[in-house]
Structures are given as structure tokens and as C-alpha cells.
Design a binder for this molecule. Structure first.
Ligand SMILES: [Fe+2]
Length: 401
């Protein structure tokens, strides 16, 4: 009675017992349902050990290899590369020992397929071969093998090499998992810092608004208008001189523009809450909120290091009252000498001031506010930015206050 498939029988999985022998049928094998059960039974003998897949067209080599490894590992054998690829449908070995010189599909061809398979490309492959010249060895390693063992091999040496590569793989997995954990921890911390930053900003904004006596969520509104303007400007792809407009982080810019009036903290109540018109002297003091804002933000900066958030915030605070014709404050800059973010903030700030009630005036309608801003084209505001504002003005109207 023939218990073992003959070496010349193509497509047989070789093993030590007749129960391991099964015909390999192209496509889905008919024994699909019974195979996992059979393998499970085999695995139960060594349930804690790793699974090694041994691939060789020589039955004798499969027997020797399995004998060398089965004391320490679960071993699956395949008599050809095609059988190995098929067996990988149901098994995920921890390591593959792959013969190079095999008929039909050799080891080099097989590893190329393995490395392209999502379910198998991470499995370490060691070539076992009699072709042990250095060119072949180099070719095998370049194709993605982790090692190259010459046949005939010494069983203890084979065990040791397998053990080392399994250890390496375990360490690699552990390191990957450590890195993943570290990454998620950093992301979590960043989220917490951003949350805290937003809470601090909201409190600061409330404090400024509370002291100003201005109702209507000026900070929140201007932030929404800035989002519209910044996105429109970025979409238009207008060159912003030194500003890297295409790299703008709109969320970050919107968060930092909330600090544009932070300097009002340093302005006295008598001026901030005055219901009537300010005297010239009072107005000059009021203008200082831009300078106080910059000073305040500079104190938050850590020495020479400055985060993008604080750099942006300083620009918004320092330049949102400059005018295109040079009649603004605190520096009286004109044209493109005014930083782009300051010119954008000016439009958002004035639109909200116009369309909000103040102790000394009623809110203007959206249409009136647009007309006033368009009239300020080239005097108060950057003409190119007024064009953008006009195009997007409907979005300003739709922004709920
Ligand atoms: Fe202001």
C-alpha cells in the first residue's frame, strides 16, 4: 500500500504521516472544510508554539526538516510553491522555509508572489538551498528573504536560525506596537492641548468681550468670517508675497485670529465701556490695544521659539487696524507693507462691527455693510481682498450670528 506520494507526483503536500497527505486541486480544494479541522488537531499537540511552513519538492528534505523542527514548532509541509500559496489561504505561518530549486515555480518566483500578497508579505522567508553561491544568496536576500541556509543543513543550526528570526520578528512586532501606542498617546496629548488652548481662548475672548460691553459674539463671528476669507483667498491661489498661502492651516489661523483684540484687556473700563464718542486722547489710548495685544502674545512666546499659532495671533493683533492708504494704526503702514493676515482681519473685523449693535449705534444691514466695505476699496481695504469679499459676501450673510 502506498502511503506517501512520490516525489514526481506534482502538487502533493508532504508530511510525516499519511494524514497530512492531500491532493492539491487547482482553485478551491474540495477538502476546504476538512482541512482546518485536521490542522487544528495537529496544532493541539504544540498549541503554544509557532507555525513553520516548510516548502521543498524533495520528500526526503521535508522529512529531515520536519524532524529537526517539530520538537519546538508546529510544522506544515508543502511539496511545491503552488501548494504553499494555496495553504496560505487557511494558514498564517510565522516563518517560511523555502527551497529555491523547484520545478514549475522556483523559490525566487514564489517569494515575489508572497511579497505582493497582503496576507503574506510580512511573513519572514528563509531560503533553503543547495545553490549556495554568493550571487544566488544575494539575489534571494534582495528579493526579500531574511536568510539563506545551505543544504544539506545541520538540524541544530536550522533550529537556531529559525529561533533567531522568530525572535527578530517578535521584537519587530513589539516595537511596532510600542510605536503605535506612542503615536496614539501623542495624538491624545495633542488633542488635550488643543482642547485646553481652545478653552483658554474662549475664556479670554469672553473676558475681553465682557469688559468691552460688546454683545454679539464678536470673536466667534470674526472667526467665521475669517474662515470664509482665508479659504476663498487660498482657493483663488493669489500669491501672498512671503506668505505661503497654499500651506495655510485654516483651522490654526481661525483659532489664532480669536486673539486679535486681546490687548483690550489692558484698556480701562472708562474708555472701553464709554457709550458716547471717545475724545481724541481716549481714542489714542484705545488704539494702543493693538500694541498691548502684541506685547501680551510676545510674553506667551517661549524665548526664541514661537509657535505658528502665536506668530499668527501677533500679526492679527498688531495689524488689523492698519488701512490700505496708510491712515490706520498703530504703525500707519500702507499697501502690501501691511501683512496679508492683518488686511484680511480688517475686513472681517469691520464687517462684524458694522452688522452688530453697539452702545452708540444700531446694526447696519448686510447690504449696507457690503456697500461700506466696497466703498473702502483702495482706501481702508486691500482692493484685491475687497473683490474676494464681494464674491463671497452671500456667505457672510448666511453666517448666523
Ligand atoms: Fe481691534
Amino acid at each position: 500500500m502506498v502511503l506517501w506520494p512520490q516525489r514526481q507526483d506534482p502538487g502533493y503536500a508532504w508530511g510525516l504521516t499519511k494524514f497530512d497527505i492531500r491532493p492539491v486541486i487547482p482553485g478551491k480544494p474540495k477538502c476546504l472544510t476538512s482541512l482546518p479541522t485536521r490542522l487544528k488537531a495537529t496544532h493541539m499537540e504544540n498549541s503554544n508554539s509557532k507555525l513553520i511552513m516548510l516548502v521543498d519538492d524533495s520528500g526526503a528534505n521535508l522529512l529531515t526538516g520536519k524532524a529537526a523542527l517539530s520538537g519546538s514548532y508546529k510544522v506544515l509541509t508543502a511539496g511545491s510553491a503552488a501548494t504553499m500559496l494555496e495553504m496560505l489561504e487557511w494558514n498564517k505561518p510565522d516563518l517560511i522555509l523555502l527551497d529555491v530549486d523547484m520545478p514549475e515555480m522556483n523559490g525566487f518566483q514564489a517569494i515575489k508572489i508572497l511579497k505582493e500578497r497582503g496576507d503574506a508579505k510580512e511573513i519572514p522567508v528563509i531560503f533553503l538551498t543547495a545553490m549556495n553561491d554568493s550571487n544566488h544568496e544575494l539575489e534571494g536576500l534582495e528579493l526579500g528573504a531574511v536568510d539563506y541556509i545551505a543544504k544539506p543543513f545541520s538540524p541544530p543550526l536550522l533550529r537556531k536560525r529559525v529561533e533567531l528570526h522568530l525572535l527578530l520578528k517578535d521584537n519587530e512586532k513589539e516595537l511596532q506596537s510600542y510605536n503605535d501606542n506612542l503615536q496614539s498617546m501623542v495624538e491624545e496629548k495633542t488633542k488635550t492641548i488643543l482642547k485646553l488652548q481652545n478653552k483658554l481662548l474662549a475664556s479670554m475672548a469672553e473676558m475681553v468681550e465682557g469688559r468691552d460691553g460688546v454683545t454679539g459674539d464678536h470673536i466667534v463671528n470674526t472667526m467665521r468670517y475669517m474662515r470664509i476669507l482665508l479659504s476663498a483667498y487660498q482657493e483663488a491661489g493669489i500669491c501672498g508675497g512671503a506668505e505661503e498661502v497654499s500651506e495655510w492651516d485654516i483651522d490654526l489661523l481661525c483659532r489664532s485670529c480669536q486673539l486679535h483684540d486681546v490687548g483690550k484687556i489692558a484698556i480701562s473700563d472708562a474708555i472701553l465701556k464709554k457709550p458716547g464718542k471717545l475724545t481724541d486722547e481716549e481714542f489714542a489710548t484705545m488704539q494702543q490695544h493693538t500694541v498691548f495685544g502684541v506685547d501680551f502674545i510676545e510674553k506667551l512666546e517661549d524665548g526664541e521659539e514661537s509657535s505658528a499659532f502665536l506668530r499668527y495671533a501677533k500679526t492679527f493683533a498688531g495689524y488689523h487696524h492698519e488701512k490700505w492708504n496708510g491712515a490706520g494704526y498703530p504703525h500707519g503702514l500702507s499697501g502690501e507693507a501691511i501683512p496679508l493676515l492683518g488686511r484680511l482681519m480688517a475686513i472681517a473685523d469691520v464687517y462684524d462691527a458694522l452688522t452688530s449693535d453697539r452702545p452708540y449705534k444700531k446694526a447696519f444691514s448686510h447690504e449696507e455693510a457690503v456697500r461700506i466695505i466696497v466703498e473702502g476699496r483702495g482706501t481702508h481695504f486691500d482692493p484685491a481682498l475687497v473683490d474676494i469679499f464681494e464674491k463671497k459676501s452671500e456667505m457672510f450673510r448666511q453666517t448666523e450670528k
